[in-house]
Each structure stands twice: as structure tokens, then as C-alpha cells.
Design a protein around this ligand. Sequence first.
Ligand code: BGC
Length: 534
Amino acid sequence: MSEEWIWWKHGIIYHIYPLSFYDSNGDGIGDIPGVIEKLPYLKELGVDAIWFSPLYESPFADGGYDISNFRNIDTRFGSIDDFRKLTEYAHTLGIRVIMDLVMNHTSIQHDWFIESNSSTENDKSDWYIWHPGKNGKKPNNWKSAIGGSAWTYSSERKQYYYHSFFHYQPDLNWRNKQMREEYFKQVIYWLDLGVDGFRLDVVNLIVKDKKFRNAPLLSSFPFLSTKSYTRNRPKSFKVLKQLRKIVDGYQDRLLLGEIYAPPPGDSTVAARYLGSDTPLLNLAFDFSLIYRLWNPKSYMRVIIRALELIPEGGWPCNVFSNHDLLRYLNRPGFYWFREEKAKLIATLLLTLKGTPVLYYGDEIGMRNTSLRFSELQDPTGKKYWPFYKGRDRARTPMQWNRDLHAGFSKVKPWIPLNPDYLQRNIESQSESEKSLLTFYRKLIKVRKEYLPLQMGNWIPQIEGENGIMAYSRVYENECLLIVLNFRNYYKSPVFSEDAQVKVLISTHRNTEETTHLNILRLFPFEGTIFQVID
Ligand code: BGC
């Protein structure tokens, strides 16, 4: 397959938070056989790949991002055989399977940590980041992402260990060769099993300063600044090069990095991992779009900047919601006219240059759910309540239909449903011509049919002035024009040139309808993909 046509460039990735997709065995928790059952739904929607948040064995102190055994599937989700069946069936449907790869840390319950913690002289004593401390105090001022010192004292080993996140998620030491080799064996294990790629969790955090230097005050909070000693270290690029080499031993596998840069986002960071000579990652999440409010000028600004920064050989990756950053429809600026705005965001996501990533439920406009403290599972919510109510609000069960428990499970789900499932669910939206889900299905179809939307250049036409975003996508001799009206008013956009255009899909117009750009009057919150015919 030519690099130009590789699946992860033109495909659509669908992100599943496995606890919440579909419960097949009546324990209130989503599972792999449940996903198998729902694969035809995903096929019909038109997705090309699924990315699973971690399915591995875990005590689930951080939603599965605290792994106690990388080689096994957690029993709450099923077995390794279930996973094999899933992969095989997905492949017969033409859907790829992407696993989450948490390289930065393990659970405190992982065998590696238990051994490493047992003494200063065991085989794995250097597999985590240990330090004796300084004058009876913590080694330095490094802070964990969730606040407080990143160092915890082990009374067993009588040293401190480093954790970028919670104390039960000790960071691995990527400077240790044996650990690296063992870790990579697990990667090979999953690749051999047929996995099509990995989403690399917080991959720009994996290596820390060798000298343990104190961070400048502000940047000692990892999520406040990128200028710290605990991220984007030169050695992490070397580690990724090794991983790249392994993955390239297999055909067409994807490495998609979560490259965290704190709000307002900084596309330069993600771009560094997409370098041209030997791209380390194929795709990198750059959250600058997620952080924007409802403002076409600022959307345009960050899109243009990201595209300028991505080196040749790199490819953009666009996303609006995920399991950490909550549902986009609950962000400031989205409060009014959410239904209309959801359709505009769908149009934007599927027509920008790059690979779109949909978070489960985005296709029906799922929202954050209000939860009580006693209902929370997410440790960040528990820690910062009531100021921050945690990420579970965006991890609630998929709303399949109006039945009891929204058709997600036969019993009470692991976390409360959003009560709006009675109105907002897949079954009812499937039946309605005007629903968001129907719109998504049609949009995805158009995207698959018209190559400019998958592969074309992206050329800005109106950069947010007057509430309007317009851009063209051009591939070979075909040109499409996407026009989005962000305002609740009729608008007459001014284009630099006139052209005759035909509607391919629109929130307001009939398909096939033709018009001229110089007489175009947009409906409030209109989003339309035109084909330029003359
Ligand atoms: C994941 C989070 C997780 C953290 C620690 C991330 O960025 O997406 O859900 O809590 O890494 O693994």
C-alpha cells in the first residue's frame, strides 16, 4: 500500500472507553463480547478503526491506566480469547484494532514493581525511578500531574519512587535496558496477536532528567508548563525510535501519541514527534482544538498553525472529546443551540485535513452527566471535589435505546447513566432523518466517497471573519468547499472568487442543489460541503 493510501491517514478512528460501551454478561460493566456484538453498528457508522482505552489486567484505581499485567486482558472485560475473536471479527469487517500502550508507568501491583520495591539489590531494582532522597527529604521539587509531590517514600525499600500521576502509578525507568527489552517484548506480543497499532499514553513524559535537577518553580507542575525536566527529554525520542523500529517490522501499524501540552495547547510539541526523516509517530494528538471555545477565528488560527508546524511525513489528527477532557458539548460557548453546534463540529471534524477521532457517543451528542460524590470512581474527581468533579462525567454508559439502563446492560451500570438517554439514544436517532447520528452517517459516507476530504490539501478561504469559517479541500482535479456559519444569524459570506457549487451534504440545504458563491446566503448555524463545479 502506498504511504498516501495507508488506512490511518484516510480512516476514521473511534475511541471506546470499554467499561461503558456494551455489557454482554449482565454485570453492569462493558466487555469485549459486548463490543463484538456491536461491531456491525460501528461498521454501519463507517468507522475504520477502534482504539480501546486499556483492557489489560488492572486494579482500576485510575480507570485501567494503572496496569498490573500488560500481557493479559482484565477479567472484567473477558479473556485473551475474547480479544482474539474481537480482532478477527473486526478485521473481517475491515475495522482495525488499536490498543492503549501505557509506557510511562505501571500499577503499584505489577510484579515488576513488587520486585523492584523489595530491596535495592534485586534484578529489577532499577526498573523504576528510585532515589534515596536529599538530607532526609524528597529528592527534588517535581510535582505529580494531579498535585502534590511526585515522590513517595517506600518504607520497604527505604527510598523514594517517582510517579507522574498517583502514588499507585510508579513511573518506569526507560533508561534501563533490561526493562526496555522486556517492555518491548510485550509490544511484540500484541503485534503478533494482530493488533493494528497503539495509542501511546502520555508518551512525552516517559523519560526524566538524569540529574534530577529541580524544575523552575512554575514548571514543576507538569501540567502547567512544557519547560520541565520531566517531559520531552531527548532520550524519549531515542526510546521511541526503538519502538518505531519494532512496529515497522510489521505491516501498516500505527503509532498515535498522546502528546500532552497544557491549555491553551502548543502544536509545536506534538509536531516534534512527527519529524520528517524518520517520523517517530504516525499521528499525535494535539489538543489545541479541544481547548478552543466556540470561536471560528480561534479555530482557524490553531488549525493553520498546526498544519504549518507538522513536518513533511507527519499527518494531523483531530479530536474534540476524550475520556479525560470531557464532552465537547459541555464546554463554555456550547450552552445554547447545542444541537446545531454539534452538527457544525461534526462537519468540521470530518472535513479538516487529518485523521478524525470520535469519542463513543459523540455521534449522538452525548453530554457530561452530573454525578454525586458517592457515585464517583475517578480519583481526580474524588481528590478535587467539589471544584473539579472528575472525568467520570464523560465516561457514562453508551445510550443504545430507551429501555431500562439505556440498553447498555440488564443491571444497574457501574456508573449512573445520563438520564437524557430517554431522548438521546442510538435507536431513536437511527429512526430520525434529522438526527445527529443520521447526519454523522451521511457525513462519513461523503467523506469516504470524495477523495479531497480524505487526502486533499486544506486551503483556508474565510478565516472566521463575521462568524464564518470556509476552506477548500483539493485533490487532483477535484475541489470541495466547506462553509460553516458559527452564528445564529443569516450571513452572506464574501469569497474572493465566484464559482458555481453543488451541495453534497448540508445541515440546511438539499443535496444536489446548486448555487453561486456570490449569491450565497447562509442559514443560522449552517454547515455545508459544496462541490465546486465551475
Ligand atoms: C490518560 C488518563 C490517565 C493518565 C495516566 C492519560 O493521559 O489518558 O486517563 O489518567 O494518562 O495514565
